[in-house]
Design a protein around this ligand. Structure first.
Ligand code: 6AU
Length: 357
């Protein structure tokens, strides 16, 4: 009898998206299916959380527009600093932007303005209310950005970045523009690993009176895994966690159909249960609305503002989702680092029980 995708270990999952494949590798190495939702209003707190909880998570979710002192500088700003921490600890950054406008507008919101999420967020998300063009518009913006990055790499290389040691055998003898770009990209990636490590070890802004950010014990755990690919990915909101939301079954089905038609950009869904219904669906499901009972006391299963909570065991074990998204359950705890580890363990236990059932 063939195994369902829910029972397939992450390392054996097929994937049509390079970021999903990378994410599965991170999950296995870190034994984590936890995403931290870092909904905080200061850049300093966001960076400190990313650095201290980084070892426990595989995705860090941001709402950049909650951060009152968000620094938009592409090279040195808050996004760039988060990206350095992501490379240091091995996690992907997910800007929870929930795009929901016409194609032309979302392209500008994604690549321009104060957020410029395409520069630093590996993943973002969108509602499909405006129709399927929202997905192709964001995909086009992401690939235009990637091309631009390749071009930047090409100009860098002319000022002396070391040449790469090897390319695949298929590339031998070819000397066209693409291969030159590829060589440059590989060299840039090697060089950037060094600079990222340097940045992440001393990223506290020099002129701040802040206490030094504690270094984590598992500091450079991610020498074990390669740097994240330069790709960008999208999650579609198929279901929401809030009471009375209007995303019904037909809406979720339409969402899955759009995802199937855009597999090279859509990695999966924000949903309350897996959306993999056809035999060859390989989408990732990330699920908000997750809390554990705290200590002896059963935590309320709602926040009084419409949010509804389920436990990791229910979401991962029964609803077959892949990643739990936890915000206030962790950042509202007395000791967020210890609490993040508790969620990581519970999430991983639920996953191992699921695949061995
Ligand atoms: O754990 P919480 O309740 O503190 O935070 C949940 C986070 C928030 C929401 O904006 C987000 O998850 N969220 C989303 C996402 C991720 O798109 C969808 C949804 O249906 N419910 C939800 O809470 O940052």
């Amino acid at each position: 009898m063939s195994r369902s995708i829910a029972q397939t270990p992450y390392e054996e999952r097929q994937s049509t998206h390079p970021l999903s494949a990378y994410l599965y590798r991170l999950m296995v190495v870190k034994e984590s299916n936890l995403c931290l939702s870092a909904d905080v209003s200061s850049a300093r707190t966001l960076l400190r959380l990313a650095n201290s909880i980084g070892p426990s998570i595989v995705v860090l979710k941001t709402h950049y527009d909650i951060v009152s002192d968000w620094d938009s500088d592409v090279e040195t700003g808050t996004g760039a600093q988060l990206a350095a921490l992501a490379a240091k600890h091995g996690f992907l950054i997910f800007e929870d932007r929930k795009f929901s406008d016409i194609g032309s507008t979302v392209q500008k919101q994604y690549t321009d303005g104060p957020g410029k999420a395409v520069e630093w967020a590996h993943i973002t998300n969108a509602h499909i209310l405006p129709g399927a063009a929202i997905v192709s518009a964001l995909a086009d913006a992401a690939s235009a950005w990637r091309e631009k990055k390749k071009y930047e790499v090409k100009t860098d290389i002319t000022v002396g970045t070391p040449r790469p040691e090897s390319l695949s055998e298929d590339d031998e003898g070819k000397d066209d523009e693409d291969i030159k770009n590829l060589k440059a990209l590989q060299a840039r990636r090697k060089a950037s690993i060094v600079s990222i490590t340097t940045v992440s070890q001393s990223y506290e802004p020099a002129n701040s009176p802040r206490a030094p950010i504690p270094e984590c014990e598992e500091d450079v755990i991610f020498s074990k895994i390669e740097e994240a690919p330069l790709d960008r990915g999208l999650l579609l909101l198929a279901q929401m966690s809030s009471a009375g939301n209007l995303l019904d079954e037909a809406y979720a089905k339409a969402c899955v159909e759009i995802a199937r038609n855009n597999k090279d950009f859509v990695m999966g869904f924000i949903a309350q249960e897996t959306q993999n219904t056809a035999a060859d669906d390989q989408f990732i499901t990330m699920t908000p609305g997750c809390q554990l009972p705290s200590g002896e006391e059963q935590r309320a299963n709602s926040d009084g503002l419409g949010q509804q909570y389920n436990t990791p065991k229910k979401l991962i074990g029964e609803k077959s989702v892949d990643i739990i998204i936890v915000g206030r359950g962790i950042i509202g705890a007395a000791d967020p680092v210890t609490e993040a580890e508790r969620y990581r363990r519970k999430g991983w236990e639920a996953y191992t029980a699921r695949i061995s059932a």
